[in-house]
Write a protein that binds this ligand. Structure first.
Ligand code: SF4
Length: 372
């Protein structure tokens, strides 16, 4: 039998400028506590340590460099870290190796360097194709630059994701659909379309709290989502997660590990890992203070992550992990949610959101969690 599979996430905590909605851990270069060169020296040493601990048990079938803005640092640093991963771990032949890129920080030369180093998938932060919307969001690039970056990425990488956002200030249904059509014309293999979340501590959160930020109404946000999905599906993409769609075979293997609770190791500042039911952060292996989480908190995580899949939560895997039946454990809320047409069973052994349920994901999940 082959080794178990592991996904590895590498956090690159640098951005040219902070966007107004973002609460990911990243710093601008002038304010960074450490230079990228120093940061990557520590990272490489963590990669070496992680390799000695996990290499005997796992082989790596997905790697994801995220941030922050990986493409904002010198390509040599990213390529060097990937090279080190290749020494420390066995990376499978068919591994998915992704990096995130901001359209304001890439060139053909840098993309070719990533590709030559072994990256085979790139996620381009297009976000919107409207200059007004991009300006309000605080992005460093224009709509044209976003589209150019997507074209460039497509010409160098075999697998490209376009990251888009819905429900942002200044966005209307027309602006969204128009931008989406232009992105679809470029035929990226994968699309992400998250709704804007107001995160505490961000400029948007403060502006909203003080009544200075106007967002599209909830109904309009939902219309953007459903009308956008119609276009996406009719262009041949499979909607496989609440906010993600892919051409068949291009689903993001790395993110699927998060949504299905398979093992992953995160290295770098604020990066999280999940192995054997234990969560730990910012280090190659759990320490004495990192105990396996209790059954209820893992069951809560299972619902939160697996229900994000359009094919639904896997009852068989639930039973394998927790030793009881999902349907019996959550019988009372489930019948209620089935009767309200918010959840359904798309196939034997699966429970999923209905079309109507996709608009009410948080309250539905909350209702299930009350049962824990
Ligand atoms: S570029 Fe990405 S990570 Fe950096 S601040 Fe903007 S959204 Fe956040």
């Amino acid at each position: 039998m082959g080794k178990e599979k592991l996904g590895i996430y590498i956090h690159v905590p640098y951005c040219v400028r902070k966007c107004n909605y973002c609460d990911f851990f990243s710093q601008t270069f002038s304010r960074a506590e450490r230079s990228p060169a120093e940061y990557f020296r520590c990272l490489v040493s963590d990669i070496e340590t992680a390799g000695t601990i996990w290499r005997g048990r796992f082989e790596v079938d997905s790697v994801f460099f995220g941030g922050g803005t990986p493409s904002a640092v010198e390509p040599e640093l990213l390529c060097g870290a990937l090279d080190e991963l290749g020494h420390a771990f066995h990376i499978t032949e068919d591994a998915e190796i992704s990096l995130e890129a901001n359209p304001g920080t890439i060139s053909r030369k840098s993309l070719e360097a990533y590709r030559a180093a072994g990256f085979n998938r790139i996620s381009v932060g297009v976000q919107s194709l409207d200059d007004g919307v991009l300006r309000i969001m605080g992005r460093i690039h224009s709509a044209d630059e976003g589209l150019e970056a997507l074209k460039l990425a497509k010409s160098v990488f075999p697998s490209v994701n376009a990251d888009l956002m819905i429900g942002t200030p200044g966005q209307t249904l027309d602006i969204w659909l128009e931008g989406l059509k232009r992105v679809l014309n470029e035929e990226p293999q994968h699309l992400s379309f998250y709704s804007l979340q107001l995160e505490e501590g961000t400029p948007f959160y403060e502006e909203y709290r003080t009544g200075k930020l106007e967002l599209p109404a909830w109904e309009e946000n939902r219309e953007m989502y459903h009308r956008g999905l119609e276009l996406i599906k009719s262009a041949g993409y499979r909607h496989y997660e609440i906010s993600n769609a892919a051409k068949p075979g291009y689903e993001c293997r790395h993110n699927l590990k998060y949504w299905t609770m398979r093992p992953y190791l995160g290295l770098g500042r604020t990066a999280h890992s999940f192995i054997d039911g234990v969560r730990f952060a910012e280090k190659p292996a759990p320490g004495p203070e990192d105990a396996a989480e209790d059954r209820d908190s893992l069951r809560g995580d299972f619902i939160f992550t697996q229900l994000r899949l359009i094919e639904g939560l896997d009852e068989g895997f639930y039973e394998e992990l927790f030793g009881s039946s999902f349907i019996s454990d959550f019988a009372s809320p489930l019948w209620e949610l089935f009767a309200q047409d918010l959840l359904f069973r798309p196939s034997p052994g699966r429970v999923a959101f209905t079309e109507k349920g996709l608009d009410l994901t948080n309250p539905v999940m909350q209702r299930l969690l009350e049962e824990l």
